[in-house]
Design a protein around this ligand. Structure first.
Ligand SMILES: [Zn+2]
Length: 477
């Protein structure tokens, strides 16, 4: 009887051990994300408290870099001519799975973590695009994946890319030019948003330049005939742009400011500057439209007898979606799950939503929106340039209350709260599960490469940023 009892107990114990082991194998990486959640949440908050503009993210970049180094990653610092760009690598050989991390802030979006508009310092930068969460979640996922690879003897390389100046400086483009993505099999990326969402939507290609008009100064009343107005050249260019607007494809976006319109009304302006960007869902179409924009500038200069110089600024390709990777990330995001607001978070989210013009009901952070809808988001990112070179997938996680617009004080406020950090964890879990999935399944990587070639359809990556050109480290000046 005693022996019989013993056998049953042993068998029960064995079943329990086997169940526990398989549970660890299944969500081992999720437990590892959870184990580091608080530390990386604190890092995201520290970056939020020290908002730094593109290419000047000295403290933010160092925080993430040092954390990854301490976690056993090998650092390549100040890569591709950018002091705040780095890579952190662990492991060796194939496959090479990359995670993208951004950490730059936006000008004039300084904001406290409160549900009304109140800057920490008026006019100072702020994390209105949630890049403090973006860079931290990807680093958290990279550390969890490294530990999982170590524990289970998974072969391959996990690499974090610290990519500066997403908001206009295009750090990733210089990293592509430097060949830093050449050995990468798959790039996993995410962005803070108002929903947990993955689909096949792209982002717009963008091209921008400063149009510098040079004329002749003279007394605007006493000798206007001797002057040639640079401002007239700029205005005529913009009039032509407004006429062009009717004759370009519907989805085109053209926006500009007159960044310099002269110094005094009684002086015929010898210098004027237009800062213009244009966008379209396809880089190729945008290139054709850009040629017509250049003609508008030449027309302005010709008619006013001024001279125009074009100084290239932004140039991002559209994002190339990847069907196989979108399916893989959808599956893993469902496994990763969303989150529920605590009573305090719910109250905060509701307070934020009251500040919107039109706060219609939208899916909450507990929901996962995964489908195969196509089309284009109406913003742009230098992830686009990466996506034309390596199979790339992106998704958003609910770091903001539903309906929150990026680049707003509401987004900047929430990026510093626990709502932001909960969304950041959805992202980290999804990234980590997807990376392990890819490491375990060479077929999934083959499928990603097939989808990549199919979407490219023989086209190649083009950019207005020439290979070998210096990163515009002071592009905001
Ligand atoms: Zn952003």
């Amino acid at each position: 009887m005693a022996i019989y009892q013993y056998n049953i107990e042993m068998r029960l114990l064995c079943v329990l051990v086997i169940c526990t082991l398989s549970a660890i194998a299944q969500d081992g990486v999720l437990a590892r994300v959870q184990a580091h959640a608080e530390r990386f949440g604190a890092i995201s908050r520290q970056i939020w408290e020290t908002p730094e503009l593109g290419f000047h993210e000295v403290k933010s970049s160092a925080l993430l870099r040092d954390e990854l180094r301490a976690s056993g990653f090998t650092i390549a610092d100040a890569v591709a001519g950018m002091p705040t760009a780095f890579t952190a690598t662990w492991g060796s050989g194939k496959p090479v799975i990359a995670m993208l991390g951004e950490f730059d802030a936006l000008p004039a979006l300084s904001q406290k973590d409160v549900a009304h508009q109140e800057p920490v310092t008026a006019g100072a930068p702020g994390h209105g695009c949630g890049h403090n969460l973006l860079g931290s979640a990807s680093a958290l996922a990279a550390v969890a994946v490294k530990e999982e690879m170590q524990a289970r003897g998974l072969k391959g390389t996990i690499r974090y890319y610290g990519t500066p100046a997403e908001e206009g400086g295009g750090g990733k483009i210089y990293m592509v030019h430097a060949g830093l993505f050449r050995d990468v099999d798959v790039v996993l990326s995410w962005h803070p948003g108002d929903a947990n969402r993955v689909d096949l939507r792209s982002m717009l290609a963008i091209n921008g330049a400063k149009f510098k008009f040079y004329g002749i100064a003279s007394h605007a009343a006493a000798a206007p005939d001797r002057g040639r107005s640079a401002l007239d050249g700029a205005l005529l260019m913009l009039h032509a742009i407004e006429m062009l607007r009717e004759h370009v494809p519907q989805e085109t976006r053209m926006h500009y400011i007159i960044s310099n319109g002269g110094s005094a009304p009684n002086v015929v302006p010898a210098f004027a500057e237009v800062n213009l960007v244009a966008r379209h869902p396809e880089s190729g179409t945008l290139d054709a439209i850009w040629q017509r924009i250049l003609k508008c500038a030449q027309a302005g200069a010709l008619a006013t007898e001024t001279r125009v110089e074009v100084e290239q600024s932004t140039s991002y390709a559209n994002v190339l979606p990847n069907d196989a990777l979108t399916a893989l990330v959808s599956r893993n995001m469902r496994k990763a799950g969303g989150y529920q607001y605590s009573p305090d978070e719910r109250k905060f989210a509701e307070e934020i939503r009251k500040t919107f013009q039109d706060a219609k009901p939208l899916p909450g952070p507990d929901q996962i929106l995964a489908d195969t809808s196509e089309g284009s988001g109406m913003a742009s990112t230098d992830v686009g340039d990466v996506s034309w070179n390596v199979p790339t997938v992106g998704f958003t996680a609910a770091t903001y209350a539903p309906g929150t617009s990026a680049h707003s004080w509401q987004a900047a406020a929430q990026a510093g709260t626990n709502i932001g950090r909960q969304g950041m964890l959805v992202a980290a879990r999804t990234l980590a599960l997807s990376a392990v999935d890819l490491m375990e399944n060479p077929n999934a990587i083959d499928a990603a490469k097939t989808s990549f070639e199919k979407r490219k359809a023989g086209r190649v990556w083009t950019t207005h940023i020439a290979a070998g050109s210096e990163p515009p480290l002071n592009y905001r000046e």
